[in-house]
Ligand binder design. Structure first.
Ligand SMILES: [Zn+2]
Ligand SMILES: [Zn+2]
Length: 275
């Protein structure tokens, strides 16, 4: 299959073969792409409401838990805290890859409710990668906030009900869970920054340059059609090892062997919707 870099937000690496067959001359990507316009129109007021509620609940719980983690901090925990944080970030990176791969590769926008609400943004993102840079804070972070509400609420409940001695024993585990929660919550914000080439705060660029969060150049590898590798979008730390292991390809072969479903069939269908 012809490979192309379909991201046009950097002014570089935007070369691709000429459009072939029907649809020649129509927009191949970007906001004018017919599929991108249709997908953008599927963003509904009900979905917007779900995102607002998710963001408010998630950030309130996060602040509550952070205060309680600080209040229960002991210096003796230092190494296990560090280990917990690194493990939490790695888990978040893997989870981002798994969810992203699942949505890109399987499922369809036509699935009832779920398709329009949760698969749609992934389809839109491949054919209009810069759309994410025009999404506000709520649209960018709403879905990820929803994912972490229940674990964060559970942690908050435990801070209120457990004794200080019990909290002392599970403190490192909670650091792991909190780092996991923070990085899962911020994954799409980090992803948005990886597509933003102008006006990023200096500290964000610094974190990208140090590869503490997903660097811009690193994420471009995923945006080469047919979008079959580098799915991890939190820090991207696991992309290289998973690619070397042929991890995603192996799971796809297994699923295709069992179900007969072709990976990325729905993604390809939307990409070809040029009229
Ligand atoms: Zn993707
Ligand atoms: Zn992207």
């Amino acid at each position: 299959m012809a490979r192309m870099v379909n991201e046009n937000d950097c002014g570089e690496e935007t070369q691709s073969p000429e459009p072939q067959g029907p649809g020649r001359g129509a927009a191949r990507w970007g906001p004018q792409h017919a599929g991108a316009r249709e997908l953008a129109n599927l963003y509904s007021p009900g979905k917007r409401c779900q995102e607002w509620i998710s963001v408010i609940l998630c950030f309130s719980l996060m602040a509550f838990n952070f205060i309680h983690l600080l209040a229960n901090f002991h210096l003796g925990h230092s190494w296990s805290i560090l280990l917990g944080i690194v493990a939490g970030i790695l888990t978040a990176d893997f989870a981002s890859g798994l969810v992203h791969w699942g949505a890109d590769t399987w499922g369809s926008v036509d699935l009832p409710i779920f398709g329009k609400a949760f698969i749609r943004p992934f389809r839109e993102h491949h054919i209009d990668p810069t759309a994410i840079t025009r999404h506000d804070f709520i649209e960018t972070n709403g879905d990820n906030c929803m994912l972490t509400i229940i674990p964060l609420a559970n942690m908050a409940f435990n801070f209120l009900t457990l004794s200080p001695a019990e909290i002392y024993h599970i403190y490192s585990w909670y650091c792991y869970l909190f780092a996991l929660g923070i990085f899962v919550t911020l994954t799409n914000q980090i992803h948005k920054w990886s597509h933003t080439y102008f006006g990023l705060p200096r500290w964000v660029v610094f974190l990208q340059d140090c590869h503490i969060i997903l660097p811009r150049k690193h994420h471009r590898i995923h945006h080469v059609a047919p979008h079959e590798t580098y799915f991890c979008i939190t820090t991207g730390w696991l992309n290289y090892p998973l690619e070397k292991l042929g991890f995603w390809r192996s799971v796809e072969d297994l699923i295709q062997g069992v179900t007969g479903e072709k990976p990325r069939a729905d993604d390809l269908k939307w990409a070809q919707k040029v009229k």
